[in-house]
Design a protein around this ligand. Structure first.
Ligand SMILES: Nc1ncnc2c1ncn2[C@@H]1O[C@H](COP(=O)(O)OP(=O)(O)OP(=O)(O)O)[C@@H](O)[C@H]1O
Ligand SMILES: [Mg+2]
Length: 143
């Protein structure tokens, strides 16, 4: 597929990298001249996906997270966030609002938030192998 620009990041699943990842994506997306609302939605979706890698994918260890952003034609930002952690046995169940394996401090709304804030949203996962979240957001043209 033809694309205009991209960036790839790789970082360990340390909690400090959640803020780093969402800021890095926001900086990259700035060249698309997003509205503040669009930028806020993208930051939130990235934050939810990276937090899931930190909290769920690698519950007892520090593992790798990779993040790729591309700018596609028609002002679309494409984001892939991937881990090689524990994986999800039932993705459909995991995507349901309020489903969580995280106990009382989690609300089970991360996937629901990502899905509602982004234009396209897909999760693929294999138990013991890891999880990939692929999302896209089409931005308004302001020029
Ligand atoms: N990267 C991942 N690796 C392994 N399991 C995951 C991953 N992402 C999500 N999950 C599983 O899917 C469930 C739902 O994720 P979701 O983000 O919707 O809710 P949550 O993380 O449990 O709670 P919240 O995001 O509201 O704090 C998680 O509880 C976890 O079991
Ligand atoms: Mg979550």
């Amino acid at each position: 597929m033809k694309f205009d620009n991209y960036m790839i990041l790789e970082f360990p699943s340390r909690s400090t990298n959640e803020a780093f990842a969402r800021s890095a994506v926001a900086c990259f997306a700035a060249q698309m001249d997003p509205t503040l609302e669009e930028l806020g939605d993208i930051r939130t979706a990235v934050s939810e996906a990276v937090t899931n890698c930190i909290v769920h994918a690698y519950p007892n260890e520090i593992g790798n997270i990779t993040l790729r952003c591309r700018i596609l034609k028609d002002n679309v930002l494409d984001i892939v966030i991937k881990d090689k952690g524990v994986g999800i046995t039932d993705v459909e169940q995991a995507r349901r609002p309020s489903f969580t394996t995280g106990g009382a401090e989690r609300s089970g709304m991360g996937f629901t938030i990502m899905e509602s804030f982004m234009t396209n949203f897909e999760v693929s996962s294999a138990s013991g192998k890891g999880t990939t979240v692929h999302m896209r957001r089409k931005l308004q043209r302001r020029k």
